[in-house]
Design a protein around this ligand. Sequence first.
Ligand code: ZN
Length: 233
Amino acid sequence: MPDAALVLFSAGQDSATCLAWALNRFERVETIGFAYGQRHAIELDQRAPLRREIAALNPRWLERLGDDLVVDLTGYGAIAESALTADRAIEIAATGLPTTFVPGRNLVFLTVAAAHAYRRGAGLLVGGMCEADYSGYPDCRRATLDALQEAIALGVDAPMRIETPLMHLSKAGAWALASELGGDALVNAINEHSHTCYAGDRSQRHDWGYGCGVCPACDLRAKGWRAWRASRI
Ligand code: ZN
């Protein structure tokens, strides 16, 4: 089905925006997520409420939203141990990359997602990768994804497009896109139900959502939120 998309959905701000973007565009939208031994299961717990709240904003979105699948990739997580999957400090390593970098994560996720999409008759993957704020993650670059898209299409002998609607947006731009797609209701749903914080904190509510407020993920999200709010005044 050419108008069917599979969204890589981690329950973070970016993938929530991607889900709304896909629901706005495609007749059928399914989601996939990965359990890879994250330090905190909170982001997995937030998948269902976030999906439900986003779809409920628009009857057409609700009609279009299909199944969700969580794939167990803890074996991969064990190989790709980083600060996201192990009890290590989040800092910049000697490689110049943050210790949150999980080597090849998007390559693995997209390849697994492509296998599922193929089986489900979807020829389109949607991911929240972003070059502007990519923290130096080499597997978020569009050039990496272009090469992977070609490899997947060759490998399954079928077209498989990787759409990245946030690729050239700043974090403020991602909030602006959410607002454009679903107004304040979508922005509020993302704030209330998405999860970004590396520390797994949902005890503190800020105007930009829940989180510890000090980890790099919270910092990036808060800065983007403030920049977007400032641009609206
Ligand atoms: Zn945090």
